[in-house]
Write a protein that binds this ligand. Sequence first.
Ligand SMILES: Nc1ncnc2c1ncn2[C@@H]1O[C@H](COP(=O)(O)OP(=O)(O)O)[C@@H](O)[C@H]1O
Ligand SMILES: [Mg+2]
Length: 245
Amino acid sequence: MSTPVRSPQGGSPCTRSSGWLLRAERVGKTFGQTSALVDATFELAPGEAVAVMGPSGSGKSTLLHVLAGILAPDSGTVIVRRTDGEGIDDLAALPDAARSGFRLRRFGFVFQQGLLLPELTAAENVALPLLLSGTARAEAEARAEHLLGRLGIGGFGGRRIGALSGGQAQRVAIARALSTEPSIVFADEPTGALDSRTADGVLGALLETRGQDGRALVVVTHDERVAARCDRTVRLHDGRIEAGR
Ligand SMILES: Nc1ncnc2c1ncn2[C@@H]1O[C@H](COP(=O)(O)OP(=O)(O)O)[C@@H](O)[C@H]1O
Ligand SMILES: [Mg+2]
């Protein structure tokens, strides 16, 4: 399903640095008359946590969706290094079905409202991506229980999402995002709907998961305290990434 493009050592302009896991180059996206993203270049290293900040409407979600292969950019490239380090995949060049498969295997997602399925239990929600990628049910369930334990909600696996607090539900969402052992977790305002104390705990749980196996994190946030706990901050204004840190 993956499209070999060129080796990371191939000397193209995209391969200036050898340390990256994902690299977006001069990415643009417009919606009608709106330039949501203009000439955005962004590099993510293995194990790195990057905060994405900027005013409402500045293009944060669009950047996240393009980096994650949820949205195809109108211009530019988004390339991701393979887990074996031997090649790269150009997300923008993959057909939709292949891009979905790639996302399922390589990326995890946490959104403000979790996008959990309310009719399923916490453990079933966490196991779902594994079942979709072909893991046997018993193994998927065991892994879900393990992850819920790691996120501090081990006793809640049998509860439906509606019976959980907002903070517990976001921990379930994080456990689900981690279930397939992704290379990158993308989070869009993951603590935006939580009170600040709960948000701190959930963010801690999210940050603890990075660095393992070189897993990286890209988190859109309005909260300077969240940004302060990341390695680096990217600021957007009118669809452009501002210079500096
Ligand atoms: N699906 C869409 N259709 C039309 N306009 C969109 C769409 N998604 C985003 N936009 C517009 O693109 C700009 C950037 O949006 P977005 O990336 O959601 O910003 P942010 O996440 O920083 O609030 C905004 O002007 C927004 O209205
Ligand atoms: Mg947004």
